[in-house]
Ligand binder design. Structure first.
Ligand SMILES: *[C@@H]1O[C@H](CO)[C@@H](O)[C@H](O)[C@H]1NC(C)=O
Ligand SMILES: *[C@@H]1O[C@H](CO)[C@@H](O)[C@H](O)[C@H]1NC(C)=O
Length: 387
């Protein structure tokens, strides 16, 4: 009882502070929300390397790869590349950029090397699906159900800071997949806190890919040849500097789009406030995804070693606590068979959660107003999540 009272009081204090004293009516809660779209920044964890000599080109299938400097679907807005770039530097002069001709690549620290070597594969097997052979993984997602070929998806991910133990992780993001389990082609991008990957507790944007169901191919970020980095100022491992507060009506989000380029077949990652094209996974490194994607998923995934309880997901609160407190992913769109970007339709989506609803849960009600559009709530405190 005392704890409950304390929670209610502290939540009220938080709303009060954020709104400068205005108390919002419950029904108006969503309309009075607003959010800030974050642009991840590169820090000292990055090296600037020659764009034409980056790790991606050590991939055997990319020996004679001709680099694509920007997506053809953004060509109209990127035509005047140098001028739009100089504007961006001026506008956000706090963001470090690599010099012309170089791109930021996350350093592999001694700590990461050590952890990678000493950990069992599944501990670093990011975004991997839960299965009996993979205990410790759990997910809560919203997924497409149509039998069709997609060419991408996009969303705005609510960014929350979570407190995790070593060897645990908790990711909020988007999955683009194709192929049967043993040959699964998958690209995943999201925000996470991941001590064993980064060696710190910062919230960073993170990517993972595989072309064979997480067996021999694929890795995080730039840890193996694959992803071709083209942007000079935003890379995977970039830090999200602000986080949403439980109970606050002002949220921080990171927007991300994964889209296949119609003319080259490469899978681009576009992200952040300025919608910058970070780079792409070449069509050539995939088998099934080369033609398109059969499944788009949005949501969260966690991992904990078998001797530990599962970490929090989303904001660490359950969807029944609604937008004010719960983790969320909003502005859900897919890129359809004709390469059009369209909102998802509630009747074509299903939620999928592999735990009891007091551990993690998913709540999707469809349209959530002009700001969040198609959006859902997901996550929870974790705990003993095995069924
Ligand atoms: C590109 O930017 C330069 C410098 O700002 C400007 O002089 C030029 O007219 C621009 N070109 C186009 C096609 O917009
Ligand atoms: C998240 O929390 C960690 C400490 O637990 C802190 O170092 C980091 O700066 C925080 N990030 C944000 C965006 O608040």
């Amino acid at each position: 009882m005392a704890i409950l009272l304390f929670l209610i009081v502290s939540l009220c204090i938080q709303c009060y502070e954020v709104n400068g004293g205005r108390i919002h009516h419950q029904d108006k809660q969503l309309q009075s929300h607003d959010y800030q779209n974050l642009q991840p920044s590169i820090d000292d964890s990055f090296d600037c390397v020659d764009m034409y000599n980056q790790p991606a080109f050590q991939h055997p299938l990319l020996k004679n790869h001709k680099i694509q400097l920007f997506p053809t679907f953004l060509r109209t807005t990127m035509q005047n590349r140098s001028s739009s770039l100089s504007k961006a530097i001026k506008y956000q002069n706090f963001i470090r950029e690599c010099p012309q001709g170089k791109v930021p690549i996350l350093k592999t620290t001694t700590r990461q090397k050590m952890v990678t070597k000493s950990s069992s594969k599944s501990q670093l097997d990011g975004f991997n699906e839960y299965s009996e052979s993979n205990p410790g993984h759990h997910f809560a997602t919203l997924e497409t159900t149509q039998d069709m070929m997609f060419h991408g998806g996009s969303a705005r991910i609510g960014v929350y800071n979570l407190s995790l133990q070593e060897n645990q992780y908790s990711i909020s993001g988007i999955w683009i997949q194709s192929g049967p389990p043993a040959e699964l082609n998958s690209i995943q991008v999201g925000s996470d806190v991941h001590l064993s990957l980064y060696g710190d507790h910062q919230i960073r944007i993170t990517a993972y890919w595989t072309a064979d169901g997480y067996q021999k191919t694929g890795c995080y970020n730039y840890q193996c040849p694959g992803f071709v980095q083209v942007h000079r100022g935003t890379g995977f491992g970039g830090v999200l500097q602000y986080s949403s507060k439980i109970g606050s009506l002002h949220k921080f989000v990171w927007s991300v789009k994964i889209k296949q380029d119609k003319s080259t077949g490469n899978w681009w990652c576009i992200g952040g406030k300025d919608n910058v094209a970070l780079g792409y996974w070449p069509k050539k490194i995939f088998t099934h995804l080369s033609q398109g994607s059969s499944l788009i998923k949005y949501g969260g995934e966690t991992y904990a070693p078998s001797n530990m309880i599962s970490p929090p997901m989303g904001s660490g609160r359950l969807p029944k606590e609604l937008f004010k407190n719960s983790g969320f992913i909003s502005n859900l769109e897919i890129v359809d068979s004709n390469y059009n970007e369209v909102e998802v339709k509630p009747k074509e989506m299903k939620s999928n959660c592999d735990t009891t609803p007091n551990c993690y849960d998913v709540l999707y009600r469809g349209y959530e107003g002009s700001l969040y559009r198609q959006a859902f709530l997901f996550g929870g405190p974790g705990g003993k999540c095995g069924i």
